[in-house]
Design a protein. Sequence first.
Length: 492
Amino acid sequence: MTFLIITKYILLVIGSILLYELLRAIIKKKLSRKFNRSVKSFIERYNIKLDDFKFTHKFLIKQELLDDNDLHQAAIIYARNNGIRIQEAEDMVEEYIEEIVPFFSITLYYALGIKIASFIVNLLYDVVVDNRNIENLEKIPRDKSIVFVMNHRSNIDYMVVPYILAQHFIVSFAAGEWARIWPLESMAKSFGAYFIRRKFRNELYSAVLQKYIQMISMKGVTQGIFIEGALSRDGNLRESKIGILDYIIEIISNPVFTSDILFVPVGINYDWILEDRGLIKEWKKKGEKSGLFRNLPSLIRITLTAPLMILKNIIKYIAGKPIKHRRASVYFGDPISINNYLKGQKQDIFTLHKYERLSVVKQFADKLLHHIGEVVPVTPVPLTAKAITMLKKDSIDRTELIDTIAKLYASLINDHRKIIIDTTYRHFVKGKKDHVRFDEQWFMDDTKRITDKALAILERRKIVKSDSNHITINTKKRHFIEYYSNAINHFF
């Protein structure tokens, strides 16, 4: 009798599991079809550039790399130089490939990734874009390899840029070690990001990374790279890095590649950066952290801060209260053709000695960085911070601050910079001789709005105190003023 009861319960459990799996399969299939139809419709509606290679299964990419003769030779040389067996070196190659190569899912990218990015970004910021600038993206030839080259202000850049580009391009980013924790790693890889160890000095790893980047570049995968290599610690633009850039440019020497590479400069700026406290601390202590574990405290702080702020804004939204946003903005420069650049060189750079070639690549990287700097948007906080640093006072008369901001604003307009006013860009109204007329009402209205909005943000963060007549700087937090001022230093 007992045996029958036990058998009955076992069959009941097995039946329940089978029923659950059947229902799960049916629901998953229906949801998958629904998401696929929705994504397909979205892509067709906006004529989004799709890179066929993104849909290649990770296994096939991995096998192509494992079969690459150059990587076999690199493994043999590494084994010989380090006194290990060739098979050990081959195993290391396979481990590096597994670590680097993503498994892109277009359904996850649009049905989940972009929606998550949109939700988070819009709760943290007012994202300001120039619609005319965005429309220019449609003019970029879709039959070229496209690389968006950006300055790096915050780790939220990885969400802001894809969110803005969602109706035009799917971008594969080079992500650092900070994202190699669960569930960020799986999510990032499913969105097409590939991982790099930025300061890992290992020639075998470099060979694998180079082969993968050149593979996707040859196949026309749209990429996003941060030319500074890491976040700016002091707010200034960092020196350009050439590692990934050199890998990409080198495919021009491959006779199989007959197209062109277009590098699109991208300028990013914010009124408030999630990581500013940790970045400033590293700047002042002159000790830059790298690697996942050394940056773990900062990552934890961001992980806690962002959800709390999002929750706070959700509560305000439900309660019908205004959400006090900080502005974030992205601006795109004109594409730069690598073929045109190389034609301007005195000789074929691929016939030069390695260090001579890298010198030319460095010049090109500096050119890209210059163009990125040219299109960095000017948001209210950096502009106001710049005025405060110029005045060099702890107590500032409000009228004096407004006058200083007005002079900076006039200079920026005359230089055709990208300036944020409220939630729009100011398109430059100029007077005689290409100079701003200071008596125009719009100009002073703009200046006062910039001042008020910036001071409101700085006051909430207890960086300044202000009343109708004076602004007092919190001397303990003056480094925040310096940090945000540095974001537009290259304009003056």
